[in-house]
Design a binder for this molecule. Structure first.
Ligand code: 5MM
Length: 342
């Protein structure tokens, strides 16, 4: 039976479910493991991810797809079961991060452009054969007093659009992730600035997707929420974050896109959940709004596990809890009482 990318995209944003971003590259997982004093070996990476994928309660009920790093796509659980099979068995779609990271943009100071287009067509064929049915590419837009530049916004949007078109050609749903960072030491980075830059990046993004001939009903958008910069010395209420984020999305994202799955971007676990829930509770929207969190789904689980076999059940409990809270948020039904009672 032939698989339509439109159907895969719909499955990725199934009611009450969201995406687990477990695609930390070797350098990023190193930082995560350093925080719990675990050595970054292939075996430890396997054990950690096996704990997540074997968490049946979370995976069967709340997770629609998992973004994997290349190593994990081809990796097997300790008993020899391919991870892809574990994920599929739970009813989730296996996906793969295909970008090769953000590299310095020539002559642009702190700005970067995400690379990885060379040879991507061949890599996508290999990933499809291994079971991946969606992919992810993350562009990074940094706010400072003098950035972003149009050059950085445009170069990243163009690369994302070329990546997305190649994915669709290969029968793979592209997750398009233009992330406006929330960190950085800039006092002018308040929530209004984040809103303006996010709108600019998304406008440019959909223009480039159009030029590249990307089918909007066969993709998922993974944006940042509109929040104040972490070091701006300002804050915003949950309602304001929801209002500004939804306003930008309505201004920029065509209703043909089936779903928007946010990144957490360094927000606390509870903020990422509260913001998502508020958006779903406050607005009637043309797309599914859900989560594609890395840190905000894994942080509690990682520290409960601490690299010890005997802690696997505690790690899974922590993961199930966050997955369930975010599932409720994707339905606009999360509350602080539910968070606490659990
Ligand atoms: C899991 O983190 C991803 C991998 O990043 P690197 O390529 O830098 O190792 C990251 O792209 C992630 O998928 C998204 O940004 C969402 O993660 P957060 O933690 O922001 O929700």
């Amino acid at each position: 039976m032939s698989e339509r990318i439109e159907d895969i995209a719909i499955a990725m944003v199934a009611e009450g479910q969201g995406i687990l971003a477990a695609d930390e590259s070797t350098g990023t997982i190193q930082k995560r493991f350093d925080s719990i004093k675990v050595e970054n070996t292939e075996e430890n990476r396997r054990d950690y991810r096996e704990m997540l994928f074997r968490d049946e309660e979370a995976m069967n009920n709340y997770i629609s797809g998992v973004i994997l790093f290349e190593e994990t796509l081809f990796q097997k659980a300790a008993d020899g079961t391919p991870f892809v099979d574990l994920i599929r068995k739970a009813g989730a779609v296996p996906g793969i991060k295909v970008d090769k990271g953000a590299m310095p943009l020539p002559g642009a100071g702190i700005e970067t452009v995400t690379e990885g287009l060379d040879g991507l067509r061949e890599r996508l064929a290999k990933y499809h054969a291994a079971g991946a049915r969606f992919a992810k590419w993350r562009a990074v837009i940094a706010i400072s007093d003098t950035t972003p530049s149009h050059n950085a916004i445009h170069a990243n949007a163009h690369a994302l659009a070329r990546y997305a078109a190649l994915c669709q050609e290969a029968g793979i749903v592209p997750i398009v992730e233009p992330e406006v960072l929330m960190d950085g030491p800039h006092s002018t980075h308040d929530i209004a600035r984040c809103e303006a830059v996010t709108e600019w990046a998304l406008k440019e993004q959909f223009q480039e997707l159009y030029y590249a001939g990307v089918k909007l009903d066969g993709m998922i958008l993974k944006p940042n929420m509109v929040v104040p910069g972490q070091k701006s010395g300002t804050s915003a209420s949950v309602e304001e974050v929801a209002e500004r984020t939804v306003r930008v999305l309505k201004n920029c994202v065509p209703s043909a896109v089936p779903g928007i799955a946010f990144l957490s971007g360094g927000q606390s676990d509870e903020d990422a959940t509260a913001h998502l829930s508020a958006m779903n509770a406050m607005y009637d929207l043309p797309w599914k709004l859900t989560f594609s969190y890395g840190r905000a789904l894994q942080a509690a689980c990682l520290s409960a596990w601490g690299g010890k076999k005997e802690n696997v059940p505690s790690g899974q409990m922590a993961f199930t809890h966050r997955a369930r809270m975010n599932s409720l948020a994707s339905l606009g039904k999360w509350s602080i009482e539910q968070e606490k009672s659990a």
